[in-house]
Design a protein around this ligand. Structure first.
Ligand code: NAD
Ligand code: UGA
Length: 458
């Protein structure tokens, strides 16, 4: 079969895999290839056990793989044969040198640009899919055009807004697709090629275009605004606990103002995920770089409140359990950073589990999808840690349960049965406010929600 377009994606991760699977699914006339330097990851994409858990993803991969969707380690061939290259490699926070702990580590990005330059034999449109500091496209263009080989590279910014756990739905019905380009005739022509790809399933009024720097910056700002909402509600949850107010009632009252909106106002043990913290720190670094101290401090506050919320949760457990956790078994319900994913990157559960071990508690971790990643996260932590799939078995003999992830299954468990098997007095710390607190109290638990008065039998 001859394909109308040949699309390549470099980076087969949480973004590259699902995004390309959706393009292949919606555009059978395009050949879509996803490459990665990690052969293990590519082997998993080619197997029955995909490397990431995402509701609905198995189905679209099964429908397209081997037909117009291909996963491969042959980066050179991929680059040679495609006219459009999405770059979706990881851009973690730098851990060394200047900007350590704040700036984006662009080494994978830089290497990819050089690979493209080395192997390209014809003109290419390069699409920045990764989240990047503003002005990265300029650096990319400079690397790509540093050898006078007559090949034209047009660089576009097309940040991804999908959230994990809802990636397939977000990709199928995005709130918007953003495409940034230079305003030159070549830049605008490249932009139109990308618009045409998305227009196969996204209505034109949801495909917005902008200049390339606005596009790069919008992605960082979108994540900063979302995280800011979580930190705002979490900061107020601390006040609610002091003032006998209920954070859910406050959130409902505030969110019903249509100017504010009710979504993304769930108080929690803190936000996690690979991007919120990284992208805000990146924004803060950029502001400092441009000498905008007040702006940098303002946004850094979002990360500080998140750290404060995680600390507060741990101190609440310590305080409620009579200021000693030594030898007490504590069960963590959930380890993923949110429900419907196995991803544990920056999960608040990592912080809580490590701190519990510091306090010499015995930690039992249960999660329907994230136990493998939890084991990796806790590797090298010396202490008593058990990983148990069945939540009923996991909390046997435990003094406390701490809900870390809002998996729906945890709300539906038989807590009378659980209570009978636990050490007494038994405690529940609901870090996601998903349980029926009154009912748990009546069963006999001492209950500590977030941003609501605790219910205790003492
Ligand atoms: P990831 O770590 O899951 O995947 C990145 C992949 O790139 C890895 O498999 C890695 O092996 C591969 N890679 C690195 N260097 C390479 C190279 N030179 N050649 C080929 N492959 C290479 O990361 P992710 O979560 O998919 O995130 C990718 C980017 O998308 C980041 O910039 C992130 O901020 C952004 N983003 C992520 C999400 C999300 O939900 N995870 C959402 C929106 C945007
Ligand atoms: C987030 C954004 O929602 C996406 O738009 C963006 O593309 C992505 O980051 C990215 O750039 O990586 P994601 O991190 O996958 O997506 O998940 P979210 O649903 O945003 O949740 C992030 C964290 O905030 C989770 O730990 C979640 O539990 C927490 N959260 C979210 C709350 O504590 N309360 C809320 O009301 C909402």
């Amino acid at each position: 079969m001859t394909f109308e377009k040949h699309i390549l994606c470099i980076g087969a991760g949480y973004v590259g895999g699902p995004t390309m699977a959706m393009i292949a699914f919606k555009c059978p006339r395009y050949k879509v290839t996803v490459v990665d330097i990690n052969p293990g990851r590519i082997a998993e994409w080619n197997s029955d056990h995909l490397p990431i858990y995402e509701p609905g993803l198995d189905e679209i991969v099964r429908a397209t793989r081997g037909k117009n969707l291909f996963f491969s380690t042959d980066i050179e061939k991929g680059i040679r044969e495609s006219e459009i290259i999405f770059v979706s490699v990881n851009t973690p926070t730098k851990t060394f040198g200047a900007g350590a702990g704040m700036a984006a580590d662009l080494q994978y990005w830089d290497k990819t640009a050089r690979q493209i330059r080395t192997y390209a034999t014809s003109n290419k449109i390069i699409v920045e899919k990764s989240t990047l500091p503003v002005k990265t496209a300029q650096a990319m263009k400079r690397i790509l055009t540093s050898e006078a080989n007559g090949i034209r590279f047009d660089v576009l910014s097309n940040p991804e807004f999908l959230a994990e756990g809802t990636a397939v739905r977000d990709l199928e019905k995005p709130d918007r697709v953003l495409i940034g380009s230079t305003q030159t005739p070549n830049g605008l022509r490249a932009r139109d090629v990308l618009v045409e790809i998305y227009a196969n399933w996204v209505s034109k009024d949801r495909i917005i275009t902008s200049n390339i720097w606005s596009s790069e910056l919008s992605k960082l700002v979108a994540n900063a605004f979302l995280a800011q909402r979580v930190s705002s509600i979490n900061s107020i949850s601390a006040l609610c606990e002091k003032a006998d107010a209920d954070i859910e009632e406050v959130a409902r009252a505030v969110g019903m103002d249509s100017r504010v909106g009710g979504r993304f106002l769930n108080a929690s043990v803190g936000f996690g995920g690979s991007c919120f913290k990284k992208d805000i720190l990146n924004l803060v670094y950029l502001c400092r770089y441009y000498d905008l101290k007040e702006v940098a401090d303002y946004w850094e506050g979002v990360v500080k409140i998140n750290d404060y919320q995680k600390d507060r949760f741990l101190l609440k457990i310590l305080d409620a359990l009579f200021n000693t956790l030594a030898d007490k078994r504590i069960c963590l319900f959930g380890f993923a950073f949110k429900a419907d994913t196995g991803d544990t990157r920056e999960s608040p559960a990592i912080f809580v589990a490590r701190q519990l071990i510091e306090e010499k508690a015995r930690v039992v971790i249960t999660d329907p999808k994230a136990l493998k990643n939890a084991m990796k996260d806790m590797e090298g932590v010396a202490g008593d840690i058990a990983y148990v799939e069945d939540p009923y078995v996991a909390c046997e003999g435990c003094t406390a349960i701490a809900v870390m992830t809002e998996w729906r299954t945890y709300a539906a468990l038989d807590y009378e049965r659980i209570y009978r098997t636990m050490a007494k007095p038994a405690f529940i710390f609901d870090g996601r406010n998903i349980l029926d607190h009154r009912k748990l109290f009546e069963i006999g638990f001492n209950v500590f929600p977030i941003g609501k008065p605790s219910l205790t039998h003492f």
